[in-house]
Design a protein around this ligand. Sequence first.
Ligand code: GLU
Ligand code: ZN
Length: 488
Amino acid sequence: MKQTTSDIVRVRFAPSPTGGLHIGGARTALLNYLFARRAGGKLFLRIEDTDVERALAGAVEALQADLDWLGIRFDDWSDGETLHSQQNLLRQSQRQTRYAQIAAELQSRSATYKCWCPPERLTLLRQNAAQKNLPPRYDKHCLRLTQCEIDEFTALGRPYVVRLKMLDKPVVIDDLFKETVAFAGRNLDDPILIRSDGAATSILAGVVDDHDMGITHILRGEEWLPSTPYQKFIFEALAWPTPCWGHLSMLLDESGRKLSKRIGNATVEEIRVAGVLPQALCRYIAGLGRGNLKPDAGWTLESLAQDFDAEAYRSGEIIYAHTALLGENQRFIQRLSDRELWDSLASQLIERYPEMRARSDERQVAAIHLGREGAKTTRQIIDNLSCIIERPNLATVDFSLQTRATFVIAAYIDELKNNNSGWDKDVAKRFLENVAVRTGLKGAALFTSLRLTLTGQPHGPKLTDIIGFLGREECLERAKKAIIFLKG
Ligand code: GLU
Ligand code: ZN
């Protein structure tokens, strides 16, 4: 594998394939992306699938689809070309030979040792520690075995794991987001690097990959901070240059608890289905944990990258609030023209309302105009249109307060039948004015009857917009049905 010698920034996003992207993972991926873009560096995707029991079928594809939807693109780790395809992701499960090679190297440098302790002994150690309220720690028993014992275990072929031989001295991490983090020697364990089945654990695999991929900065969630002293130790034991670490504070939900998948709206998939646009989600999560972005800034990944400042991300509590995300989404929707919204919603709208396909381009865009008012999500835009595009179910419409409804609708039908001039919003408006004159009614007495007739709803977008969108034939059809219903 080619090793980089340049000092260009190289970062990676390294998810485990346990399902689609969680909001915390999306944030880690995005900040890595912005960091790389800002620095003119590279971003790689690595799938940490050594823990095969947890790897879910289809999870890698789900992760990639979510990342793609967010607009996060990865570079090809082997030759530096920008690609977004299967070839550009590195899977740990395919690299066990390389990990074994490095494990042997560590052994030859006396940085590791074999541990033959049976599971029962380790369980006992854990229980003892728990009783004394101490963190579980391996007691280095196997480091004190005699050569005779080692020879015997080896001859017997007893299963063993390989542990890192940590020295009893503090490890200090100069963290990008947290400043200095110090780990006292007495709190450090001798973690397992190679399991009894010969597979590398994520601690070792991560170091080997980060080195081989030439990673310069490791930006990841703070839940990985506990493995950092060990990883740093391995880098040093191998005399490899150490990368710079930055641990991002965990996201909390609005009640201050760790954000979990169970609360809902915590995965990219759920947020997408709820009708949030990727730009709004990216802007919101890029803004978490740093000062507010200027109202006009950061509506594209490019401008978020320009504005990116790693130092602006402080550590500490960070609340992810779905309502705030929806507010961001609403602001983003408001910035888009009817046509831009149509372009991003066309396929969903046609799926929900197949009749939209046959509409003229102008009518399609007009539909967006009708549906968008007050919408916080694209889903609301789509839902708002149901009462306009689909004919009302008259049986559920309450005409009881509209005592003159039949009279109004009949006058409207007359107007529609007798007037054959072209059809646009202005004509639609003139028809309404004519109906007002004919019936001598105005305001709610007139408009609510027509609204109920055409949409089944007492409120909604401007009536002339609705009528203009529906067209003469459809208005006539709905009005006739309403008369039949009211007379029946
Ligand atoms: N594989 C870890 C995860 O699932 C990330 C570890 C790392 O970034 O070093 O989030
Ligand atoms: Zn042991």
